[in-house]
Design a protein around this ligand. Sequence first.
Ligand code: URA
Length: 241
Amino acid sequence: MERLQKVIAHAGLASRRKAEELILEGKVTVNGKTVRELGIKVSGNDRVEVAGIPVEKEEPVYFILYKPRGVVSTASDDKGRKTVTDFFQHIKERIYPVGRLDYDTSGLVIMTNDGEFANLMMHPKSEVEKTYVAKIKGIPPRETLRSLEKGVMLEDGKTAPAKVKFVSLDKKKQTSIVELTIHEGRNRQVRRMFEAIGHPVLKLKRETYGFLDLKGLKTGDARELSPHEVKQLRSLAKFGK
Ligand code: URA
């Protein structure tokens, strides 16, 4: 069962907000009856029509995008900034990102119109690993990086153990490149973890999501995932590692 406005939005007929307006305006019927409430849920067996046109469920589609910096991870932006959906104008399906990357973070974002898949991937119990490459201020000693591995205290609790790999340093500029692999997805988590150890992030990129990486993609490029990759992601999320 899914909310009526979500079904309309997923069918690609309108944004979620526009779908709500259509319902309130009395343009939506379920099994022939006009519905004006926003709360109701419908199943695949219910016949939904918008202004007399039947709503067909879209085929699920799955992509990865190499998000550039300076792009928001939402379907639309009230400040008029470029969004991740702007890279998919040739796609008729209404897709949205699985989780978020900060405006200033580049890297791998999964995009889909499959809400069930998106929820599965984002569920904290799924524990899908993501690897980030961070350019940080300063040159952290080994023990400091080890504290990231053990977990650091943030304002929303201690982070789960992470994997850390020191990549390189620039002695003159006093910066380092460090790879961090985490399976949680808290807001600005990587930036906050490095901040907590006194080495703020200067630049951040998500390199991998589970077994997916950015190989063959340039910034701003996207590619469709194969059915096999989608299946593998599902099983990764369900059974953990
Ligand atoms: N952690 C961050 O701090 N930023 C992101 O965009 C993703 C993870």
